[in-house]
Write a protein that binds this ligand. Structure first.
Ligand code: PLP
Length: 631
């Protein structure tokens, strides 16, 4: 496990069983009932669901909502906090209907509501929310229509808050509420000056694009006072940032939020809710560190720091304790989804066996062969310099036509053999020359995976997000290869060259050797947050198949949902092609070929059938059996 760190980032949800499979743990009545992901893959095969597949675990979503709510409740009881916790899920983190519906269902017993940032998200929340006591928090820029939707929600009995992000929306809210004769629930978003470290720190600090500064907060208070609506100002919103790795930043941010809270109360606002936004981090690397894509705290510590700080700060001011709201997104949904894909091909850079030297071999090749005779730790850099020099000379002579292709190929083979010999020598050395530090990585294999980075792991490409990547079987075998991963788009950016291995960030991943026709499955974990809808149609690879499973108490599981991924016809229509027209145009071309005698009538039938079947097919690499079955 150390190599892949499953027990470090797996959050009790994932581990490895004695057969070497990654398992999902299903705690029930004090017992854990592990289920091998390989077993779930077998079930997918029975259903003819091709890789890649996004696998979702319903139970994880249920557990993460329970853990968040119950941990806050335990801490509240422990410290004698005189109010409650009420969370909301920010829909933007994963808007898929199934996820939002499950959150509404599992969250109902805690009155866990939704945070929305647009009219579309508002409609998704309103149509899905189950408990009327749950909150709907409206952030983002709000036009008249958005505001009317929120006011209607209030009329239906929902506690829907408009969080004022800019002063321009205030008159619209006041005007619409008065026109519809509804008292709105209002919040203000304060611009935080506490600077947060980590990847998403830019959402905090003075230059943050969100929220009102102190001058604007006072203007908002005065405006509401003039319109006799200061009693509607019930909530203070302070989002410190997403994925905050350092707990000390969270504590500092909460202190600042409490200062705003206390002074707004003193200004006459009827505050009763403090909303601290998102920020509860996911330990993607499993390193429990205060930097990078990790976190240096537990969920209990997070809850304790928030509850303690609010209590201590407001007690000093003699203010009643507010309802604590957080908008945890990634910590709620990240664990629930795993991207599974199969390896299609492996390219290794092992040297071929060395060709025999001919009597009249070119001097440059002779020089290259000689390098092996002085290969030793003390001269390893010299060997590298020489190999580099002779190889470049050969390339030059090839360009000038003085060396033929066959000779150049011998030189390349010699060059690779020398590099491998250097790599082996370096492995015996305690310290190596700096220039050669990356040599092993540059000789690593390339494993081609059946997935699109742009569609399924956009943050890996766009912002260097690390996700734990693990073979989901064969983990009782020593992985003997080192590899980088390439996807099946034909884009040179479609690769992963950053992995967490044995608690360190490395350029290559240890993997098992794969024989031709042998199935080898990898899982990319913690992809439930942001990845699904941020992905795009690069090379027209569409949505993957999605499978949702529910784990039962007796170590069995059931498939609760299967959503087939996009067909080729689907993705073409997303970019404005008309599938019917495409088929007609192809048919016309084939008819013309028959008329011109290029193909027979029988071939015509076959071509049209294959073309139409392709239009209905999966956009990813399909296994032959399935192709045959489809045809
Ligand atoms: N709330 C707001 C206003 C946000 O902007 C975000 C994300 O940036 C979140 C909540 C979710 O944050 P996280 O995913 O860190 O919980």
């Amino acid at each position: 496990d150390n190599l892949y760190g499953v027990n470090h980032w797996g959050g009790d949800y994932f581990s490895i069983n004695s057969c070497g499979d990654v398992v999902i743990n299903n705690p029930h009545d004090g017992d854990v009932h592990p289920i091998s992901i390989m077993k779930i893959i077998e079930g997918m095969q029975d259903r003819e669901l091709q890789m890649p597949v996004l696998l979702r675990f319903e139970n994880i979503l249920d557990q993460s909502i329970s853990k968040l709510n119950e941990t806050f409740q335990q801490v509240i009881n422990k410290v004698g906090y005189q109010n409650k916790y009420q969370g909301v899920y920010p829909i933007k983190v994963n808007q898929q209907a199934q996820i939002v519906e499950e959150i509404a269902q599992f969250g109902a017993r805690y009155n866990h509501g939704f945070e929305v940032g647009s009219k579309a998200e508002m409609i998704a929340a309103l149509s899905t929310i189950e408990a009327t006591d749950s909150l709907i928090i409206c952030n983002g820029y709000k036009d008249q229509e958005f505001i009317e939707l929120g006011l209607e929600a209030i009329k239906l009995g929902y506690k829907c808050f408009f969080v004022i992000e800019t002063l321009t929306e205030l008159p619209i809210i006041v005007e619409r509420s008065q026109a519809l004769n509804i008292r709105p629930h209002l919040g203000v978003r304060a611009k935080m000056t506490s600077q947060i470290s980590g990847h998403w720190g830019a959402t905090s600090g003075e230059r943050s694009v969100f929220g009102l500064n102190s001058n604007q907060l006072i203007k908002a208070v005065d405006y509401l006072k003039q319109h006799a609506m200061l009693d509607c100002l019930e909530l203070l919103h302070c989002h410190l940032g997403s994925q905050i790795p350092n707990i000390r930043d969270i504590r500092g941010g909460v202190v600042e939020a409490c200062r705003y809270y206390a002074d707004l109360c003193n200004e006459g606002a009827a505050l009763a809710y403090i909303d601290l936004g998102g920020g509860l981090a996911v330990d993607y690397t499993g390193r429990q560190s205060a930097s990078g894509q990790s976190r240096n705290y537990s969920l209990t510590e997070y809850c304790e720091d928030i509850v303690d700080t609010i209590k201590a700060t407001l007690d000093q001011q003699g203010l009643p304790h507010p309802v604590i709201v957080t908008e945890s997104g990634r910590a709620t949904v990240a664990y629930t989804s795993v991207l599974l894909f199969n390896v299609l091909d492996v390219v290794d850079f092992e040297p071929e066996s060395l060709p025999q030297a001919s009597d009249n071999e070119h001097q440059l090749l002779k020089n290259m062969r000689e390098i092996f005779t002085y290969m030793k730790p003390q001269r390893v850099q010299e060997c590298y310099n020489d190999a580099q020099y002779y190889r470049d000379e050969v390339r030059e002579l090839f360009k000038r036509g003085q060396i033929d292709l066959r000779m150049r190929s011998v030189a390349e083979t010699l060059y690779f053999s020398i590099l491998h010999e250097i790599k082996n020598t370096l492995a015996t050395m305690e310290r190596m020359p700096q220039e050669l530090a990356g040599l092993a990585d540059s000789l690593a294999d390339i494993y081609y995976g059946n997935f699109s980075l742009f569609q399924s792991l956009p943050d890996s490409w766009a912002i260097d997000q690390l996700f734990p990547i693990v073979p989901i079987h064969r983990l009782n075998e020593e992985p003997t290869r080192r590899a980088m991963l390439a996807d099946i788009t034909c884009d040179c950016d479609g690769k992963i060259e950053k992995f967490v291995v044995d608690q360190k960030v490395e350029k290559t991943l240890p993997l098992h050797s794969v024989e031709q026709d042998q199935e080898y499955y990898l899982g990319v974990f913690l992809v439930g947050a942001y990845q699904e809808t941020l992905g795009d149609l690069h090379n027209l690879f569409g949505d993957t198949n999605v499978v949702s499973v529910r784990l039962n108490a007796d170590s069995s599981f059931e498939f609760v949902k299967e959503v087939h991924g996009d067909t080729i016809e689907d993705v073409l229509s997303y970019v404005e092609y008309q599938p019917h027209e495409i088929k007609t145009r192809f048919r016309n071309k084939v008819e013309a070929a028959v008329r011109e005698g290029k193909i027979s009538a029988r071939e015509r039938q076959h071509m049209i059938k294959t073309f139409n079947a392709s239009m209905q097919g999966y956009t990813y690499y399909e296994k032959e059996e399935a192709e045959t079955q489809q045809n």
